[in-house]
Each structure stands twice: as structure tokens, then as C-alpha cells.
Design a protein around this ligand. Structure first.
Ligand SMILES: Cc1cc2nc3c(=O)[nH]c(=O)nc-3n(C[C@H](O)[C@H](O)[C@H](O)COP(=O)(O)OP(=O)(O)OC[C@H]3O[C@@H](n4cnc5c(N)ncnc54)[C@H](O)[C@@H]3O)c2cc1C
Length: 330
């Protein structure tokens, strides 16, 4: 059975029935088999194989970056199998503003719209003009406009269960000429008139300081999403926990940092069977010496349970957990 251990950044030992790469839509469709579960894989940095997957893993290797310099900005059509950070580095090298805040996020270009990757004040959906999709089930090819992608916080139309057989083959980006630097995030606020390269370098430095490198310590980035709760609920909690932070989403809703909840619930730096909450960023669960995928499930479930008991807030995983037959929910 083909090994998946080093194809997902959490690096739990795991296998699948079959593994095939595709570098074009034609080869993708010719490899599709309806008689077994299928999982589309990019860089495996948002996927944890918690046990052997009893199906076919299709690895996206569609490459290519086509650039068109237009009057109003730069348009890029990028193959889903390109590396995300290398794309960002390429645009920054040309001196183009637009993607630099999303430097050093691991993974592929094709996966970027799936959970609408975001960091340091920017979400990728803001720079996407359209996404080319192929349906594995029907073989149909179509494009979805930015609006049709229904981008939200770590969310998009691609995450809906009924669309799990859609493959992102290409992503169309638009970087308008009049884009300025996005410096709303605290660590970027101190920069004066930064170039794209200044922001790129600062983001990389901050990320290297805060986040574990999957090459040396297995992890899948933020394990949970930051929960959005009614403003009234937040005000009640604030009475009891005056230091509780939150960001205004709109008049009636507040986003609470999951890291703060996990830390305050007592899990920061704690471990269970080799799975730990990272001591510098408790939202990241790391594979210190995990014995099994069950250890991930047990530890994550214990965090969810405790946080719900203490704060009345239910944490939702941001990572995709893949079991024997496909996605597993907690
Ligand atoms: C250290 C670290 C830091 C991170 N920081 C951030 C961050 O700041 N912000 C953020 O948003 N995320 C972050 N992540 C999460 C992750 O990097 C992103 O979600 C990334 O987009 C995943 O890309 P991937 O190719 O590795 O996805 P995979 O794990 O391979 O796939 C993720 C999901 O997308 C689906 N998928 C993949 N490719 C395709 C395709 N071509 N078509 C259809 N479906 C597809 C998969 O089936 C799966 O459901 C971080 C992860 C790590 C390990």
C-alpha cells in the first residue's frame, strides 16, 4: 500500500489503497474510479490521515503560471499543483502587491480557495477573480466567479459536502494596479510605506518565530477555527474573564481567539499520547511522538469538551481529518 506519512505535514504513519498524481484534467479523469473513496491531496498541510485511507488519493500536480499585464492590473492563471509560497515569492519578486501577507503558508495553489486561506489581515478570496473546476463525477469543466465561490472565514462553496468531487484545476488571480499595502495587522502596523517585499519579509520573520516548522515538528497549522459568537455572549463572558480578547465581526458578532480559550482552559503545552498543544501557540497541535490517530481524536475532543464546559463555546476543527472511508467529524 502506498505510504502517506510524508504527504501530510502532521506526518502520522498512514497508507492508502492507491495513490496517483495528475498533471492535466485529462489524466485526472482517466484515473478516477467510482468504486472506491477518493481524496484530493495537495501539500497535505490541512489534512491529517488519522488511519489508513481505504481509497484512492489523487495528488494535484497541475503546473504553470500564466501572466497577463492588463491596463488595470496583473492577471495570473495558476495551476492548482503549484506551491503556494513559491507563487507569493514570485509575485513579490516582480514588485507586485497583492499576495505578500499570505507568505509562508504551506500547501498548494489549488487548496488555497478551499478554506479561503488567510493571515495578517488578508484572505485569498479577495484576490481571486475566478476558479476553474472539474467535476470528477460528471467530467464537466466550469469556472466559478469570486462571488460564486461564496468565500467566508476559512470557508467556501468547495467545502460543502455535495461538492467534494470538485477539483480545482486552476486559480485566476487579479492584482489591481492601485493595491496598497495591507498593514492592519498588529505586527505590520509599525512598517512605514512598506513595499511588497518588506511585508513579505516581516510576515516570514513573524511566522518563523511563532509557528512550528512542519519539516521538524509535525503539525497542520491551526487545528481549530476562531469561533464567532453573539456579542451578547461575549459581553457576559467578559464580566467573568476581563482579559478575554475579541474582534468585532459586525454589530452582533465577535470573533474570539481559539488560542486564548485553549490556553485559559489549561491545555497550552499539554500532551496526550504524543500529541501536544504547542507551547508558543496553543492553537497548533503538534505531533511530538504520536502513537496513533486516535491520540489526535482523543486530545482534540478533550479540548472541545473542556472549552465548551468552561465558556459555552464549541470549537470547530479547521483541519480535515481523514479516516478509513473519508472525512471524519469531531
Ligand atoms: C505551519 C502551518 C501554518 C499554516 N498557516 C495557515 C495560515 O496562516 N492560514 C491558513 O488559512 N491556513 C494555514 N495553514 C493551513 C494550510 O496550509 C492551508 O489550508 C493550505 O491551503 C493547505 O494546502 P494543501 O495543498 O496542503 O492542502 P491539503 O491538506 O492537501 O488539502 C486541504 C483540503 O483541500 C482539498 N483540496 C486540496 N487540493 C484540492 C484541489 N486542487 N481541488 C479540490 N480540493 C482540493 C483536500 O481534499 C482537503 O480537503 C497552515 C498549515 C501549517 C502546517
Amino acid at each position: 500500500m502506498p505510504e502517506l506519512t510524508h504527504r501530510h505535514t502532521f506526518a502520522l504513519p498512514s497508507h492508502c489503497q492507491q495513490l496517483q498524481s495528475f498533471s492535466s484534467v485529462e489524466s485526472l479523469l482517466s484515473q478516477y474510479r467510482t468504486d472506491m473513496p477518493v481524496y484530493i491531496l495537495g501539500g497535505g498541510s490541512n489534512s491529517i490521515f488519522i488511519e489508513d485511507f481505504d481509497g484512492l488519493v489523487l495528488v494535484n500536480e497541475i503546473k504553470g503560471i500564466d501572466v497577463t499585464l492588463c491596463e488595470d492590473g496583473i492577471r495570473l492563471v495558476v495551476g492548482g499543483g503549484e506551491n503556494w509560497h513559491e507563487l507569493v515569492a514570485y509575485t513579490v519578486k516582480q514588485g507586485w502587491h497583492g499576495l505578500e501577507n499570505l507568505a509562508l503558508i504551506p500547501g498548494s495553489v489549488g487548496a488555497a480557495p478551499i478554506q479561503n486561506i488567510g493571515a495578517y489581515g488578508l484572505e485569498v478570496g479577495e484576490r481571486i477573480e475566478k476558479v476553474d473546476v472539474t467535476s470528477l463525477e460528471t467530467g464537466e469543466r466550469f469556472s466559478l466567479s469570486q462571488q460564486a465561490c461564496a468565500f467566508g472565514y476559512r470557508d467556501s462553496i468547495f467545502k460543502r459536502p455535495e461538492n467534494s468531487k470538485w477539483i480545482v484545476t486552476h486559480v485566476h488571480f487579479f492584482l489591481p494596479n492601485d493595491l496598497g499595502p495591507v498593514t492592519s495587522y498588529a505586527e505590520l502596523d509599525a512598517l512605514t510605506n512598506p513595499t511588497a517585499e518588506d511585508i513579505f519579509n516581516t510576515v516570514i520573520a513573524v511566522r518563523r518565530r511563532k509557528l512550528p516548522d512542519p519539516a521538524t515538528l509535525g503539525n497542520a497549522g491551526s487545528f481549530f477555527k476562531n469561533p464567532v459568537i453573539p456579542a451578547q455572549h461575549y459581553e457576559q463572558l467578559k464580566q467573568q474573564y476581563p482579559s478575554m480578547p475579541a474582534f468585532e465581526v459586525n454589530d452582533g458578532q465577535r470573533k474570539v481567539p481559539a488560542a486564548w480559550l485553549i490556553d485559559t482552559a489549561g491545555f497550552k503545552g499539554q500532551c496526550h499520547d504524543g500529541v501536544c498543544s504547542y507551547q508558543h501557540q496553543p492553537l497548533v497541535l503538534v505531533n511530538q511522538a504520536a502513537t496513533s490517530g486516535q491520540a489526535v481524536i482523543d486530545f482534540a475532543s478533550a479540548i472541545i469538551k473542556k472549552v465548551e464546559e468552561v465558556f459555552g463555546i464549541r470549537l470547530e476543527p479547521e483541519v480535515r481529518l481523514v479516516g478509513k472511508a473519508g472525512l471524519v467529524t469531531l
